[in-house]
Design a protein around this ligand. Structure first.
Ligand code: AKB
Length: 313
């Protein structure tokens, strides 16, 4: 059967790069990008695009039928910092879009679903270092609660209805093509832009706040590896832990100073500090390594070199 892919939230930080990579892999016409607004030129000009609100089931069903969609990547979500400001909007967007996609798969209108989870599923009572796949969770943020609930529903739809849904708990993602929006780990992208444009950055987290992070190329690689893995190898139907590197703001500043010696960093922690403090410092991704051969390519040094190289004018 021919594969036709729909990306929901295609104009966001992950969606943009995922769409471009899937288009290279499967052909521009087989990958339909969608979002509630238009995106970057390279995304808009490289293949089909639909304006789509994924919380509207009828609109989603129509796009899926029109394009003969077989697989959906649901990348639309409200992230941790914004979700604390708009709890009900976050819950409605994050949960209703997921139910709509899972129900399409349950009704056999699509065959396969990717849905992103996050390290935000973990909470203050979770072991913080090398956080295992299965452990205490108890998320304390609106976003984390929605992601943990989403994981439970994904596993339920797999067990009860045989829905082939696959998921990853993404760490903070670092990319140069599209800015993140509304997350707690966004500082690790903003810092490179500010280092190049102003030579200094004021960080909204304390200097010793370590968090799990990953360069976007690794995140896309993992996503495609998971989606292309044989069904019998997928043992986790909630979401896989995934790791690449962990660092704190002081360490990323030092890695930038290797390239820009005069770069200065200041610290003014805000409400996002409490969110970061509730998350793990590092992640144990042994299951992803074992089940679908996960290995990252980018450490902090390579990430910094690649970010600065691509962002400099
Ligand atoms: C956020 O900071 O909210 C996200 C995430 C870790 O899921 N980047």
């Amino acid at each position: 059967m021919e594969k036709y892919i729909l990306i929901i939230g295609a104009c966001g930080q992950i969606g943009t790069e995922l769409t471009l990579t899937l288009r290279e892999r499967y052909g521009n016409d087989r990958v339909i990008a969608s979002d509630i607004r238009e995106g970057s030129d390279n995304l808009m000009n490289s293949g089909p695009f639909e304006i789509l609100d994924a919380t509207n089931y009828d609109a989603l069903e129509e796009v899926v039928a029109y394009h003969d969609i077989t697989e959906v990547y649901l990348m639309a979500a409200m992230l941790s910092a914004t979700a604390e400001k708009f709890p009900m909007r976050a819950w409605n967007l994050n949960m209703n879009s997921l139910f709509n996609v899972l129900n399409l798969a349950k009704e056999k209108k699509i065959n396969k679903v990717f849905w992103p989870s996050s390290i935000a599923v973990f909470g203050p009572n979770t072991p913080k270092v090398n956080t295992p796949q299965n452990t205490i969770m108890e998320p304390s943020t609106v976003y984390g609660i929605s992601k943990q609930s989403g994981e439970r529903w994904c596993e339920y739809y797999y067990n009860k209805f045989g829905v082939d849904v696959r998921s990853i708990r993404y760490p903070g993602l670092i990319s140069w093509k599209t800015m993140p929006g509304g997350g707690t780990t966004d500082y690790a992208v903003e810092i490179y832009h500010k280092a190049l444009s102003q030579g200094h950055y004021t960080c909204f987290l304390k200097k010793d706040t370590s968090l799990p992070m990953m360069f976007m190329d690794d995140a896309i690689k993992a996503t495609l590896q998971l989606m292309e893995a044989d069904t019998e190898n997928i043992k986790v139907r909630s979401a896989y832990n995934l790791a690449a590197m962990s660092f704190n703001p002081e360490e990323i500043a030092k890695s930038i100073q290797q390239h820009i010696p005069d770069f200065k960093m200041a610290y003014e922690p805000d409400f996002r500090q409490a969110i970061a403090d509730s998350w793990p410092k590092s992640i144990d991704d042994a299951d992803a390594q074992k089940d679908w051969n996960w290995q990252p390519d980018f450490d902090l040094e390579r990430t910094t070199a690649t970010m600065l190289e691509n962002l400099k004018v």
